[in-house]
Design a protein around this ligand. Structure first.
Ligand code: ADP
Length: 483
């Protein structure tokens, strides 16, 4: 029970109040009872005693006649609330109306207050008899004559029952306040705990029930700031996990599909070659196998690079690269594929381009993807153009080489242009064309960014697309360092 947040919070509110009010109540009651009421009563009794003493000292017969003294005391007793005792200079009781008269006339009164009064000091004390209700405030006042000699003592005793009675309602009030305060603070603590525990509980249920494959519903971000931050962090984390899981599934489906299809074609071609005596057919099929293997190589290289980029930062080896020569070589590689599809592939880079610091293997991967897409999405009879030129410095940066791959394909809708660079994005508009896994462009852009450049697209639906790869021209020393 004490493990729950609610109980702990309620107690943490109630306990200090309980302790504080109880302590305060006790101190207050003590001050009232012992200091305020008792002091006042003692002062009052001492004043009464002093008045009595001033009368008694004027009457020497009284001191010699116990009966007369007794009579006088009884008369006085009717006017005051205290019990009275008259003691002579030797400490013997002369007369007394003292509670139940425990000291008869002639007995020695040896109470400390009497002894002190005989020495000339008017003092008081509380005589703790049996039980608090029986306690007596005992005041003794010396009676001295004009020469200063002490002839006796007037002793006044007052039951403390009166004080107890006066303090009782206060005591009750303290206990009621204590109870009410505790109940109120428990209630407050419980309400606060509830407001804290409810969102936490919701969060705990969401965490326990979370599976990245199930449709995810965000946890409401309510409650205190810290809980809200926690809920928002959980929501972000869950969304990311769902996204990652979706990517994983897409990747898996993509791999099975992308690798399975050409493998099936290769196997079928290989079987035909084995069983067919037709040499020309075998040569054709071998060329087909070669093409399929090239496709596979491209996919596998993309996948390998994706894995490398996700798991570890791949090392890029930078060296001076003649970009025009690199583009010519790339175009030569894709010439057959273009011809097969009756696409005119033009390659016209500016031959006077400066060398750039780049990782040629990675630039080839970018160009592979761009050219592969251009040929894939452009219908037969279309054109693919590769160009490269030096662009002036922009925003204070170094000059750039802009490599453009233009095609006369279907184009990309404006709202899709930003998404095609996301991993696993495949345009729904191109479903009729056999799309890939949706990682080529995303990887190509990552590689361009790693070179300190960028990759972007401009496109008009129905007319074609132009992908622009921007690469900075930097001196060798200022090239992007190896990762
Ligand atoms: P994929 O392997 O599916 O081609 P990419 O990352 O290379 O993956 O491309 C992402 C998406 O961008 C493609 O599915 C396609 O819809 C679109 N796309 C890429 N290149 C072109 C292009 N030259 N013309 C039209 N659409 C393109």
């Amino acid at each position: 029970m004490f493990r729950s947040l609610k109980t702990r919070l309620a107690l943490s509110h109630a306990l200090p109040v309980l302790l504080f009010v109880a302590l305060l109540g006790m101190i207050l009651l003590y001050q009232l009872e012992r200091v305020y009421f008792l002091d006042n009563l003692a002062i009052e009794l001492a004043a009464q005693g002093a008045i009595m003493a001033s009368f008694l000292r004027e009457d020497p017969i009284l001191w010699r006649s116990p009966d007369l003294a007794q009579y006088a005391l009884e008369q006085l007793q009717e006017r005051v609330t205290a019990q009275l005792m008259l003691v002579d200079a030797s400490g013997r009781v002369i007369a007394s109306t003292w509670f139940d008269n425990p000291l008869p006339a002639g007995a020695v009164a040896d109470a400390p207050v009497v002894l002190a009064a005989l020495q000339g000091d008017a003092t008081w004390e509380v005589n703790a008899n049996a039980g608090m209700a029986d306690q007596v405030l005992d005041v003794a006042v010396p009676v001295s004559i004009s020469t200063g000699r002490i002839v006796g003592v007037v002793r006044l005793g007052h039951s403390l029952e009166e004080i107890q009675r006066r303090v009782a309602p206060l005591r009750q009030l303290v206990w009621v306040t204590l109870g009410a305060g505790a109940a109120l603070s428990m209630l407050l603590g419980w309400v606060l705990a509830q407001s804290l525990a409810a969102p936490l509980q919701r969060l705990a249920t969401a965490v326990a029930g979370f599976t990245p494959t199930a449709p995810y519903e965000a946890v409401p971000e309510t409650g205190p700031n810290e809980v809200r931050t926690l809920a928002s962090a959980f929501n972000r984390l869950s969304a990311r996990l769902v996204e990652l899981e979706r990517s994983r599934m897409l990747l898996l489906t993509g791999i099975v599909h992308e690798l399975g299809r050409p493998l099936g074609a290769i196997k079928a071609a290989a079987q035909t070659i084995r069983n067919s005596p037709d040499h020309d057919l075998a040569v054709d099929l071998a060329a087909g196998i070669d093409h399929q293997v090239n496709q596979l190589r491209l996919q596998v290289e993309d996948l390998a690079l994706l894995g490398e980029m996700e798991l570890q930062d791949p090392v890029f080896v930078y060296e001076p690269v003649d970009i025009a020569a690199l583009l010519e070589a790339q175009c030569a590689q894709f010439a057959n594929a273009a011809a097969d599809k009756q696409i005119t592939l033009r390659c016209k880079p500016d031959p006077l381009l400066p060398l750039i610091q780049a990782a040629p293997k990675r630039l080839n991967q970018i160009m592979d993807n761009l050219l592969h897409n251009a040929l894939k999405y452009t219908p037969p009879g279309g054109q693919v153009t590769v160009s490269a030129r030096l662009a002036p410095p922009q925003d204070g940066g170094p000059p750039q080489i802009w490599v453009e791959v233009g095609d006369t394909g279907p184009g990309i809708a404006p709202d899709e242009q930003a998404h095609i660079f996301e991993f696993f994005y495949r345009s729904p508009a191109q479903r009729r064309i056999h799309q890939g896994m949706g990682i080529g462009l995303a990887l190509a852009r990552q590689l361009a960014l790693r070179h300190g450049g960028d990759l972007s697209v401009t496109s008009t639906v129905g007319q074609g697309s132009t992908f622009t790869l921007r690469l900075p021209v930097r001196p060798a020393a200022a090239a992007v360092p190896e990762a």
